[in-house]
Design a protein around this ligand. Structure first.
Ligand code: NAD
Ligand code: WQD
Length: 345
């Protein structure tokens, strides 16, 4: 018999697909809703290959309240929601702010609206280290100051956290766990699922793997004159499967009422700051494949350095990022090779 039914919005996307795998492995009954705006329905095949079970799938837009109401009628008994559905390209959000505010905020509002009447006990929300901006002190804790957002995307995360807080404070009959991800990277070790960027990747790892396989000629390292040991920016790169596992713990925590608090916030990172150049070295060491790269000027708006203090999640959730970075790089490479094998890239 399955455990409770969980709705995963954005479940065919990068983090949602890995989380669905972990939820199914833990025995949960998953329903995915996705409008496939940034993912592919074949992701369900990968999930099925890994877990032996195909999750229920509804192709719908979470901003469509009627469609969401129909989903709740068709799949009764949903006890928890993990809300991944959002538009996430920082640069695009500057060009299309209305799209970003509409998609990310209306999705959240619809879910919060629909939860109470349907008896849903809790919602896990995908937030981001972007809320800390350029921190004054590293590593950042959940109490570190929230900085004014530098993009509409970042602002949707800040506003979403405020919306959730206001709704819970108003006495809504459910709980929320807000998870602030640092930089999710890598793929499932089976190479059946992974990240599938649209067009030219904006994020580091997809650019690294696409350069290594020859799709891109050269990786541009944006700046080596930062105030860091090797001059390149520092991030906290968190393995996507480790990240996915934290969601299972968070959902279970709400369903079992383990916390007195109706709203909780956790940083999800490794606690280790790694520079862009160190990450390239890790990839080359782990895979034996060279990544042609050159140093270019800084990217506008980049954060110099940010990494997490994950102790709150370690102590309270009993969760810890455990995958060594070289293993993560190998998984990212295996996924890129699988895409090539399938003729996708
Ligand atoms: P993704 O684009 O791979 O997944 C998001 C999924 O949501 C996609 O499958 C997309 O088709 C779907 N979607 C978007 N809008 C929708 C809508 N209105 N209705 C239904 N489906 C919709 O992104 P991801 O990297 O898996 O990110 C998941 C969440 O985590 C997002 O909220 C993102 O902002 C957040 N996050 C991501 C990162 C990161 O670096 N990947 C970091 C911090 C936070
Ligand atoms: C990492 C580092 C680049 C590409 C973004 C979002 C943020 C959050 C996480 C969602 C930076 C450098 C990159 C390249 C490079 N997402 N780089 N050459 O900037 O930490 O944050 O993802 O919430 O909101 O902004 O991630 O992967 O783009 O960059 O040198 O071709 O790699 O300068 O230092 P970032 P990223």
């Amino acid at each position: 018999m399955s455990k409770e039914r969980i709705l995963v919005t954005g479940g065919t996307g990068y983090i949602g697909s890995h989380t669905t795998v972990e939820l199914q492995n833990a025995g949960y009954d998953v329903v995915i809703v996705d409008n496939l705006s940034n993912s592919n329905v074949e992701v369900l095949d990968g999930i099925e290959k890994i877990t032996g079970k195909r999750p229920a799938f509804v192709e719908a837009d979470c901003t469509d309240l009627a469609a969401m109401q129909k989903l709740f009628a068709d799949y009764p008994g949903i006890k928890g929601i993990i809300n991944f559905a959002a538009s996430k390209a920082v640069g695009e959000s500057v060009e299309k702010p209305i799209l970003y505010y509409r998609n990310n905020l209306n999705t959240l509002l619809n879910l919060l609206d629909i939860m109470g009447p349907n008896g849903v006990k809790g919602i896990v929300f995908s937030s981001s280290c972007t809320v800390y901006g350029e921190p004054d002190v590293n590593p950042v804790t959940e109490q570190s100051p929230i900085k004014k957002a530098t993009s509409p995307y970042g602002n949707t995360k800040q506003i979403s956290e405020e919306i959730i807080t206001d709704v819970i404070t108003s006495g809504a009959p459910f709980k929320s766990v807000i998870l602030r991800y640092f930089n999710p990277v890598g793929a499932h070790p089976s190479a059946e699922i992974g990240e599938l960027p649209n067009g030219v990747p904006q994020n580091l790892i997809p650019f690294v793997t696409q350069t290594a396989i020859g799709i891109r000629k050269e990786l541009s390292v944006f700046g080596n004159d930062y105030d860091t040991p090797d001059g390149s920016c520092i991030r906290d790169f968190i393995n996507v499967v480790d990240l996915a596992k934290a969601h299972v713990i968070a959902i279970q925590r709400m369903l079992e009422d383990k916390s007195q608090d109706k709203i909780e916030i956790f940083n999800l990172g490794t606690g280790i700051g790694l520079s862009v150049l160190e990450l390239i070295e890790s990839f080359e060491r782990a895979t034996g494949v060279k990544v042609p790269h050159k140093i270019v000027g800084r990217r506008t708006g980049d954060i110099e350095k940010v990494w997490a203090n994950p102790e709150h999640a370690n102590n309270v959730l009993g969760w810890k990022a455990e995958t060594p970075i070289d293993d993560t790089m190998r998984s990212a490479w295996a996924w890129q090779c699988k895409l090539r094998e399938r003729g996708i890239m």
